[in-house]
Write a protein that binds this ligand. Structure first.
Ligand SMILES: Cc1cc2nc3c(=O)[nH]c(=O)nc-3n(C[C@H](O)[C@H](O)[C@H](O)COP(=O)(O)OP(=O)(O)OC[C@H]3O[C@@H](n4cnc5c(N)ncnc54)[C@H](O)[C@@H]3O)c2cc1C
Length: 434
């Protein structure tokens, strides 16, 4: 079976590429290992699919602001892709497919139905309407390149354990990363690219919960609080994020932690000392916290220390704080009898409660993969391989990962679009008939 363009992977980036390519008149087909399209899309945004984020879409240089949300060895690499399809164009694209969107908080956009299945359903319709062949349960295991025609020969394992062979003139690898392996992500895209000569930048899980070493974690588990979290690498704060921080039985979670996790993951891999410091009173400076507590303990000196925290801290935090201050065995200790040492511990913990990070929760629980195909080997803006002309990449498989909040899907849409457009452009230049 021959197609002009074959796309490996019917995830977010592959689906966007297929719609774009077909609309540009290219004979396109998708090879997908799963028995359905967009399996990972279904689990995004807690089943609601946070498909982009409008926070960066109002300044003077929207692309620069959006690009700052992405990470990788070449920080400027996403710019030329994002300027082709940014946030507004992405929203217009979904409206054009007939999928209305809605905004929940902090610029996060979702399908109006708040169901991720609406996104896969709309892509299914789009494929049917455009008559794009989608070969499900076709797991690509081998790619051969020739200087003649056809350029690429692609071998697949099918459901019936048979081999299926396809050929194409242009090939797009959109196989995703390593997160949520039950959705089909197994890193096979990296292996195939490496066999074709590409380099894979070391991968680590990102947007993931952090495991910490702390003796009283069990007592803290389940607490959710609004605060600010700082990530410290070898003792230096490198990034800070605010929002709902969650304590779990293994460590820390919640949007600020997920946002900081990339730094943790990368630096743990390098053997650096990584810790997270939680600020329980981000609205006040250290001096203000000291003044506030001193005044509070002064007014309510007759109350027990435990009672003095009522309404200030989550109730489950108090016993742990008393342990930290070494006064948990003195339940009747009054505020007026608090030692300077214990007070100093409370001041510190409220502003800078530091936890040693030992690990992340791994790919199974991560939302994205940091690292991947080295973007130095890809042409800026077209995503074509500099090593194998005619070969393109899109989505998470590349060494580009986005922040929490809809940016990884944005990268999938933008890069799928850019790669498909580049194929059309290349055909035009080579005067290949479509
Ligand atoms: C739990 C979770 C929640 C998330 N929530 C959000 C969110 O709300 N917002 C956001 O922006 N991002 C979110 N993400 C990240 C986002 O889903 C991914 O970054 C994005 O889906 C990547 O798209 P992709 O097309 O590159 O890869 P994928 O969506 O992973 O698609 C790759 C496809 O390729 C197929 N494939 C792989 N190898 C082969 C092969 N050899 N042959 C044939 N097919 C193959 C796979 O089966 C898969 O269908 C979340 C991720 C997870 C795990």
């Amino acid at each position: 079976m021959h197609h002009t363009l074959l796309i490996i992977g019917a995830g977010a980036s592959g689906l966007m590429a297929a719609v774009t390519a077909k609309d540009l008149g290219i004979d396109t087909a998708i090879l997908e290992g799963n028995d359905r399209i967009g399996k990972k899309i279904l689990v995004t945004g807690d089943g609601r699919c946070n498909l982009t984020n409008t926070s960066t879409a109002s300044g003077t240089d929207e692309t620069a602001a959006l690009s700052a949300k992405f990470h990788g060895n070449r920080p400027g690499f996403p710019v030329k892709v994002l300027e082709q399809l940014g946030v507004r164009e992405t929203m217009d694209f979904f409206y054009s497919l007939g999928l209305p969107l809605t905004h929940l908080k902090e610029g996060m956009m979702y399908p109006r139905s708040l169901q991720a299945a609406s996104v896969t359903d709309i892509f299914e319709l789009a494929m049917e309407e455009r008559e794009v062949p989608v070969y499900l349960q076709h797991k690509v295991v081998e790619i051969a390149v020739s200087d003649g025609h056809p350029r690429f020969t692609v071998r697949c394992h099918t459901e019936a354990e048979e081999q299926a062979v396809f050929t194409c003139d242009f090939l797009l690898i959109a196989t995703g990363g390593l997160t949520a392996p039950h959705t089909g992500a197994d890193g096979s895209g990296y292996t195939m690219a490496e066999r074709l000569g590409h380099t894979v930048v070391d991968t680590v899980p990102a947007i993931v919960q952090l495991k910490v070493q702390y003796p009283h974690l069990k007592a803290l588990s389940g607490i959710k609080l609004q605060g600010r979290a700082h990530i410290l690498i070898n003792g230096e704060i490198v990034r800070s994020e605010s929002g709902e921080i969650q304590f779990t039985e293994y460590g820390l979670s919640g949007p600020p932690i997920l946002q900081l996790s990339r730094e943790a993951s990368v630096h743990l891999g390098r053997g650096d000392a990584v810790s997270v410091a939680v600020d329980l009173m981000p609205g006040r400076t250290e001096e203000e916290v000291v003044d506030f507590l001193d005044m509070h303990w002064g007014i309510f000196g007759h109350r027990t220390v435990a009672d003095s925290f009522i309404g200030i801290l989550h109730k489950k935090l108090t016993p742990v704080l008393l342990k930290e201050a070494g006064i948990d065995k003195q339940p009747n200790l009054l505020c007026q009898d608090l030692s300077w040492r214990a007070k100093a511990i409370f001041y510190r913990i409220l502003k800078h409660w530091e936890f040693k990070v030992t690990d992340t929760n791994g790919y199974a629980h991560a939302q994205t993969t940091a690292g991947g195909i080295d973007t130095a080997e890809l042409a800026d803006g077209t995503l074509e391989s500099k090593l194998v002309p005619g070969l393109y990449f899109a989505g998470e498989v590349m060494d580009v990962d986005g922040d929490f909040g809809g940016y990884n899907l944005q990268w999938a849409w933008s890069s799928g679009y850019a790669a498909a457009k580049a194929v059309a452009e290349s055909m035009k230049q080579k005067d290949v008939s479509i």
